[in-house]
Design a protein around this ligand. Sequence first.
Ligand code: AMP
Length: 295
Amino acid sequence: MQIAETLHELRSARQQLTGRVGLVPTMGYLHEGHLSLVRAASEECDHVIVTIFVNPTQFSAHDDLASYPRDLPRDLALLQAEDVALVFTPTPALIYPPGYQTYISVEQVSQEKEGGARPGHFRGVATIVAKLFNLAQPQRAYFGQKDAQQVAVIRRMAHDLHFPLEIVVCPIIREADGLAMSSRNVYLTADERRAAAIIPQAWQRAAQAYDDGERHPNALRALVRDHIAQEPLARLDYVSLASARTLAEQDSPTDEPLLLSLAVQVGRPRLLDNCLLPLALNTREGASATLGRVE
Ligand code: AMP
């Protein structure tokens, strides 16, 4: 496994790789969710490039950039045990040197949900991912359904900027009680960690109702809202019922594939979770074929 810290090191290592290259962009502090993307990439590609970069432009002033968890030696040891050809670990100064002034804004799909809660977040995400696509020149790039709106933003950006690559969407990896794995779960106290299990229970309740025939978005949103309200340590930021393809919020019943997503504050972290409806879509194939699909 090669480690590249500079643009020159990355480009010359990339030139040695022939065949299909899979890219897995991360912010590090790796867990099984990240490793599931690495494993999917190594199964389907000739070489895997992983990037570890806590991207400052996707954090706003009140976000947790300075305290975002980091452990590069541990991350590299985890990746060493996987089939990874190259790890790129740039510094912020390398990616955004003095005088830097180029950003990518993806319009509609960045507006609501996470984009509404974190202004500028998706501008930072689209910019760093476009830069990583340019640098790593992958044939495929792997992202988690966990950050569903991010998938839609990146798919739109990749399509609009003519990046010749395929975006693969991998299922959400969860803890035993259903909580979606996240680097930010480390911020939870023991009580908050127990309380956070309410999040997957809430969407499961709505998914069950969907399965039983409930199609009204307002009724499905209300089920999530009422369930989260039962847990005093959890505060619902938003619950969204949107088209899985366009991420447009839905107001009336539909049989089109839907994305049910929610953001919940539990103590310090704001935790995200989601599911596609019908539930059979929550697979690599189902999510890749629907979530943010452009065409
Ligand atoms: P991050 O390091 O949080 O930027 O995440 C890097 C990639 O891992 C993104 O594509 C995430 O969607 C994905 N990811 C994060 N958590 C999970 C999870 N629990 N299951 C699957 N993928 C995940």
